[in-house]
Design a protein around this ligand. Structure first.
Ligand code: SAM
Length: 431
């Protein structure tokens, strides 16, 4: 099964190539292969991850041809923007209008949208976000797999169930052989082209061990690697990029430095942000964001988080609900409403028409309908959980995580069925 469509190389300038997908051209960076014009490649996250045999590529493209255009048609139909409620507040409509033309909206305007409560306004906000997503990004939807290879962590994040102070949790760390087996299955059996390697800040994995793992993965499997490992030495991140990891999933958690310090006694927002700037400097694709609904967090702060993430140059946004964990100091607080998170994701889409927006597992965990709703409200990326079933229950960052007891096969089938029904192509077509 393929989550990416083979592209035909049209032009090569240094390590930048132009790839054609049924007449649509995208740029991608090639760090790994000796390519000629006319070759076929898979690109993920704007990087070439595999060179494909011409005959195989043409066979795959033949099966995709009709579906490719059919999906686009469905998406265009479902993302049409119309407002049959002309009496809505003029200021609200002005902001919506501005954003649908791709113009920047201000912090104040974004706040006005996030605070809207009129059901007709909320409906138009979601439809506008979906329209903007279609207009600027078309119907591609990233489908990455995540492997949570260790729940051991030295951090003390007060919201997180795997924080080092939680002595009730059984800890696990997969050895590199086990991780490679999961990667092999993900790539060879299930066809994943993009994988996130995530763990707590587990010091039992030395930098050299992880670098070797990245090299082993890249040597054996054509896959785009995201790292989500937390704060490690700068040198490690430089070497990991050269070893073949090209993206970092690393939330700043909140852009409010006082709140950050309250929630993270072991670290500071300044240090967290420094890493994101470092990743950007090195050349990583960065995915970042914050927790929405944290105790003491105001709507203004959520908008600040969006603006902050955009300023950092995030390629992908990961904003999801805070879900209280019973064995943490924040156990007595409430989970935010699905509707608030969906509104927030739509506002984010109006703030940045071009960034990818992830539907987080946390959102899917508070509402089983939320994946579809979020994809219809501006989001365009999902993650499936590939952590082996003997361990996945112990990656207990918050309770009742979605998909913990769902097989990979079923997760894939459900995702593909949903994406097809709303006209999205499960592929990442490059930058
Ligand atoms: N160690 C890595 C890091 O520092 O980025 C990744 C692991 S960390 C457990 C992954 C993410 O889980 C965090 O960025 C945090 O936002 C999220 N998370 C932790 N506890 C959560 C909770 N109670 N509700 C929602 N998300 C939570």
């Amino acid at each position: 099964m393929c989550y990416a469509i083979p592209g035909n190389v049209k032009n090569i300038t240094g390590n930048l190539i132009t790839v054609d997908y049924f007449g649509e051209e995208r740029k991608a960076r090639n760090d790994f292969y000796d390519l000629q014009v006319g070759d076929y490649v898979y690109a993920q996250g704007g990087f070439v991850v595999e060179k494909i045999d011409e005959k195989l590529a043409e066979e795959i493209l033949e099966t995709w041809k009709e579906l490719f255009f059919e999906l686009k048609k469905t998406d265009v139909r479902l993302s049409k923007l119309y407002n049959d409620k002309p009496d809505l507040d003029k200021d609200f409509l002005k902001v919506i209008d501005k954003a649908t033309y791709g113009k920047l909206i201000s912090r104040k305007e974004a706040l006005r949208l996030l605070l809207c409560e009129d059901p007709d306004e909320i409906d138009l906000l979601h439809k506008s976000a979906n329209f903007i997503r279609q207009k600027f990004l078309d119907n591609a939807c990233c489908v990455h797999g995540i492997i949570e290879f260790s729940n051991t962590c030295v951090c003390k994040c007060t919201y997180c169930g795997i924080n080092s102070e939680n002595s009730t949790l059984k800890r696990y760390s997969l050895d590199t052989g086990e991780i490679l087996e999961v990667v092999a299955d993900a790539v060879k059996r299930f066809g994943f082209k993009g994988l996130v390697l995530q763990s707590g800040e587990d010091t039992s994995y030395s930098s050299d061990k992880i670098l070797k793992l990245i090299k082993d993965i890249r040597r054996n499997f054509p896959v785009f690697i995201f790292l989500s490992l937390g704060e490690r030495e700068d040198r490690f991140y430089r070497e990991a990029f050269d070893a073949g990891a090209k993206a970092a999933l690393f939330r700043f958690e909140t852009s409010d430095s006082t709140l950050y310090s309250q929630l993270h006694p072991h670290s500071s927002l300044k240090e967290r942000t420094r890493y994101l700037k470092l990743f950007k400097d090195i050349g990583y694709i960065i995915a970042s964001g914050s927790l929405i609904g944290l105790p003491g967090q105001k709507a203004e702060s959520v908008i600040d988080d969006f603006m902050f993430a955009k300023e950092l140059g995030c390629d992908m946004y990961s904003f999801g609900p805070f879900i209280p964990h019973p064995d943490t100091p924040l156990s007595d607080y409430n989970t935010p409403d699905t509707e608030y998170i969906l509104k927030a994701l739509s506002v984010l889409r109006l703030i940045d028409p071009y960034g990818k927006i992830l539907v987080t597992t946390a959102l899917e965990s508070i509402n089983p309908q939320a994946r579809r709703q979020a994809l219809m409200s501006g989001a365009n990326s999902i993650m499936l959980n590939l952590t082996p079933k003997d361990y996945v229950g112990f990656y207990d960052i918050y309770p009742n995580r979605a998909t913990v007891d769902v097989s990979v096969e079923k997760q894939i089938a459900d995702a593909l069925q949903l994406l097809k029904s709303i006209g999205r192509a499960p592929t990442d077509l490059g930058i």
